[in-house]
Design a protein around this ligand. Sequence first.
Ligand SMILES: Cc1cc2nc3c(=O)[nH]c(=O)nc-3n(C[C@H](O)[C@H](O)[C@H](O)COP(=O)(O)OP(=O)(O)OC[C@H]3O[C@@H](n4cnc5c(N)ncnc54)[C@H](O)[C@@H]3O)c2cc1C
Length: 387
Amino acid sequence: MDIPTHEDHADIREAVRDLCSAYDGAYWRKVDEERGYPEAFAQALTRGGWMAALIPQDYGGSGLGLVEASIVMEEINRSGGNSGAVHGQMYNMSTLLRAGSSAQKQAYLPRIASGELRLQSMAVTEPGTGSDTTKLKTTAVKRGDRYVINGQKVWTSRLQHSDLMILLARTTPLDQVKKRTEGLSVFIIDVAQALRAGMAVTPIRNMVNHETNQVFFDDLEIPAENLIGTEGQGFKTILAGLNAERVLIAAECIGDGYWFIDRARAYAGERVVFDRPIGMNQGVQFPIARSYVNVRAADLMRYTAAALHDAGQPNGAEANMAKHLAAEASWEAANACLQTYGGFGFAAEYDVERKFRETRLYQVAPISTNLVLSYIAEHVLGMPRSY
Ligand SMILES: Cc1cc2nc3c(=O)[nH]c(=O)nc-3n(C[C@H](O)[C@H](O)[C@H](O)COP(=O)(O)OP(=O)(O)OC[C@H]3O[C@@H](n4cnc5c(N)ncnc54)[C@H](O)[C@@H]3O)c2cc1C
């Protein structure tokens, strides 16, 4: 297996940079201030074919792999933008591509590739169970050719800007399965239809400009053919998507990291205090240099994790490690950048405070730092399960 490096895929980087150059700091600042959605940017990304990056060419997509998709996400964040508004489509696609039937792929993929439909949303987390996913309480009960869904989700992102949503629900009660990871199933939900038939959505105002919601299901009936993969095996089905998500998030953090480092380096060269550029002081240089070292190291793990995914090999350990290293490195770079800017780092017009808030999220979502470390301790190092 060839593992790419940050010097590969220059053509993709160039094209995405070119697209992003039309959406500068002022654009993202305005979206952030208005708590809006970067619709013009999402449309440009769709027109450019990037939102269909992972869809095979037979279905009208670009037929790229996760390596390339991760570069798209990295470049968006590196340009000063926020992929969080659009990244859902990439990892949700991974679930549909890997586990969807050919009828489902035929029904959805060409329409997603053309931009007619968006698959941006995934509802896993619940308010009562949090990281303890297998205890989730939303149920899907089969009645004839329908499933009836009841329960509640929280932090379901981009739902108001999505036509389709991936849902994880319990189809067999926890006390009736041998392993707690069994009895969960994945469904694809038609959002507009569901809103008329028993699904309600309440937005959550939050620290970043991230469109995210509480979702309530009250006897929502969906066709049985909306089940993705095998009933009861949904945890495994969704995990492939979650590992892809971790790789993409790692790439976004790496993009953020490079953005912070570029900004800090430039500002340190311009800002004169005590009659010399502040960048002449090692106390200013070292935190920037250290975060560069860590971003580059995280980048290596991200490429390994993405290449394993594209080769169809297990990548749980690498995806988790990449996400962990990259989220830590981008947060370190964010702090180094803010410190380099001093008081000006707090002024919205420099974008540093916005990007600082945005990159902080990735210590918590889509999986918190502690849970990554628990996974590594248990599944890689063979230590006792701690929870
Ligand atoms: C802006 C935003 C967008 C999101 N988007 C989505 C989305 O689109 N879809 C979706 O399904 N979810 C989404 N999430 C949810 C996200 O995945 C969860 O917030 C995350 O997995 C953590 O779960 P929790 O918030 O319930 O924290 P909890 O599970 O309540 O954990 C709280 C804290 O306790 C720690 N902790 C818990 N158990 C242990 C343990 N055994 N050992 C050590 N530490 C522990 C955790 O690490 C964490 O720091 C989003 C969250 C946010 C904030």
